[in-house]
Design a binder for this molecule. Structure first.
Ligand code: B16
Ligand code: MG
Length: 215
């Protein structure tokens, strides 16, 4: 029986991918190359430094020191935080607030499990912080998805066993993380992409409490 719902942030509650893309693109352009929106798909759910490594690879840039990489990531993050600083609750994805609220009204625990170190700012801008019993983000984990750490910490903080948790995720790495953690999974996106999820819906607006019973 499901006792808790753990939500990924980017791609499930809000679409910050457009801002990540704009900021990473600006960084790449500054270094003299570009990358496509299709390539940007590969960055979803991937941590900041791992994203930078992928992007440098796309530009065939191999001569950066660790310190220079940190500087590049900071530069990107400064542009990114400037953009998300202007976000409003209007940018919450359709049905997300309503579904999280419905879970709480039904007595289920709710948590965020995100790779983003900017999670607190984003939830604050969206005025959603109070809807989660636990918030586990990129600041609290040492091993990124597909490692289950982020979700296991969430379950632990909620006091719920992993098998009574369902994870809502838009990234393949996130679905894999939840499966390794022995949790149920709902993919947000296309069933063609998220083949390993127990169930896939296009968004939380298509989700209902009844559907949790099918898991
Ligand atoms: P930050 P999620 C992920 O969030 C994003 O999907 C990914 O594109 C981003 O690089 C990562 O957070 C780290 O974000 O630079 O803000 O720490 O999908 O796990 O909520
Ligand atoms: Mg995501």
């Amino acid at each position: 029986k499901i006792e808790a719902c753990i939500f990924d942030l980017d791609g499930v509650i809000v679409d910050t991918a457009v801002y990540h893309y704009e900021a990473w693109k600006r960084l790449a352009n500054q270094m003299g190359f570009d990358f496509t929106e299709h390539q940007n798909e590969q960055l979803k759910g991937v941590s900041r430094m791992a994203s930078l490594e992928l992007i440098l690879g796309w530009g065939n840039i191999t001569n950066k020191t660790e310190a220079e990489k940190q500087e590049l990531a900071t530069l990107k993050n400064n542009w990114y935080t400037e953009m998300i600083g202007r976000m409003t609750p209007a940018e919450i994805l359709p049905g997300a607030r309503q579904f999280v609220q419905a879970c709480r009204d039904a007595g289920l625990k709710t948590a965020i499990g995100s790779a983003s170190k900017n999670t607190p700012i984003i939830l604050n801008k969206l005025e959603l912080t109070h809807l989660f019993d636990a918030i586990i983000d990129g600041n609290c984990v040492s091993t990124p998805k597909p490692d289950p750490e982020v979700f296991l910490k969430g379950a632990q903080q909620l006091g719920v066993s992993p098998s009574a948790c369902v994870v809502f995720e838009d990234a393949i790495a996130g679905i894999e993380a939840a499966i390794s953690g022995d949790m149920k999974t709902v993919g947000i996106g296309s069933p063609k992409m998220l083949t390993r999820a127990d169930m896939v819906v296009s968004g939380l607006d298509k989700m209902s409490l009844n559907m949790l019973e099918e898991l």
